[in-house]
Write a protein that binds this ligand. Structure first.
Ligand code: ASP
Length: 352
């Protein structure tokens, strides 16, 4: 059946009508005031430069989504951060595939890209999906074509450092194949990096109480090509409700997708729970549902994976929690930027 009212008609008709009028009651319209007037930016531990940049832009009166995206672009373009954008750890086929999502509180709109190759800044493309298409998520070659239509240039995202990590992983995968590792021992950093996750999430609230968030990643290292994590899934890796707060995540995407983690954090905050407590309660739920998948559990029945949430409320309260102890998140409260210890569900045993 054909729509009686085409999108083009809708766009034309919408011109000249204020956003508030189009929204009828104006319930999701831009906030008039923030009770506390506090500007806050929160990010995962790799986001020190990100929160600084985003806060600078909030102070300048920029939209919170522009601010957080500009903040994470610094990390996406940095070849030394091997968990995001350019220089990210590649998939099983030695190709870098990126996932990202953005969500804008005032319009309750979102955009995302998944398994996209060759573009350094997937968060910018996700924002364009939101602003310049009628869709919420584009994947693979479709996402790449869309990016190119908007003038993005295809680039090689695989740095030499990331290629070497891939090669070490490949060589140590099996002693029954034809790939031989070199004789020297792996250094500790390389050991750690052989199988890891990594992502950046950043959420912000401006002086009006308007919220926005972004999550961007190269995903699980050496993943099966086409594997999509939680980062580009609205409700899992990111969720924003302009009347309540914003939340995002890093860590094992599969566990998060199966529990709509960021949405759950925001829903707990809606019930009046603090951001930190909302993150903890969500992790508790994820730990509980994970019990139905024995391969995810350690010998004590606890999840053997890491997962973290970062959250801010409309009033500028903030908090973060992780499945396992021993990690920090980053915050800018308008005065200083700093790292803070995240709350946790389970205490990691000391390594001997
Ligand atoms: N959450 C990301 C994913 O599962 C990876 C990460 O945060 O480390 O793709």
């Amino acid at each position: 059946m054909q729509n009686k009212f085409s999108r083009r008609d809708f766009l034309k008709a919408g011109m000249g009508i204020s956003a508030a009028a189009m929204l009828g009651e104006g319930k999701i319209a831009r906030s008039k005031s923030n009770e506390s007037g506090k500007m806050v930016v929160i990010a995962s531990g790799n986001g020190l430069r990100t929160v600084y940049k985003a806060m600078e832009m909030l102070k300048n009166g920029d939209d919170p989504l522009d601010a957080v995206v500009a903040g994470v672009n610094i990390v996406e373009e940095d070849p030394d951060d091997m968990s995001v954008g350019y220089g990210g750890i590649p998939n099983e086929d030695m190709e870098v595939e990126l996932d990202a999502s953005v969500m804008h509180g005032p319009t309750h709109n979102a955009g995302a890209v998944a398994a996209m190759k060759h573009i350094k800044t997937p968060s910018k493309v996700a924002k364009l999906v939101m602003e310049r298409s009628d869709h919420a998520l584009l994947i693979g070659t479709g996402a790449l074509k869309f990016a190119k239509a908007h003038g993005f240039k295809e680039e090689n995202l695989l740095t030499d450092k990331a290629r070497q990590r891939w090669l070490r992983w490949k060589e140590r995968l099996s002693d029954r194949d034809d790939w031989f590792p070199p004789q020297e021992d792996l250094d500790e950093e390389l050991q750690e990096a052989l199988r890891n996750y990594g992502t950046i999430n950043c959420c912000a609230v401006d002086a009006n109480g308007d919220l926005a968030g972004v999550t961007t990643t190269s995903g699980l290292s050496y993943k099966i090509p086409g594997r999509v994590g939680d980062s580009p899934i609205i409700g899992a890796g990111l969720y924003v409700d302009n009347t309540v707060g914003a939340a995002g995540s890093t860590g094992r995407g599969e566990a998060n997708i199966l529990n709509c983690g960021s949405f759950t954090v925001v829903e707990f905050m809606r019930q009046g729970v603090s951001p930190e407590e909302a993150c903890l309660r969500t992790l508790e739920r994820i730990a509980e549902t994970s019990k139905r998948q024995p391969h995810l559990l350690d010998e004590e029945g606890k999840p053997r994976f890491g997962l973290s949430f970062y959250a801010i409320s409309k009033k500028g309260e903030y908090g973060s929690a992780r499945m396992w102890s021993g990690g920090r998140f980053v915050l800018h409260d308008g005065t200083t930027s700093r790292k803070e210890e995240a709350a946790y569900l389970f205490k990691r045993k000391q390594r001997r």
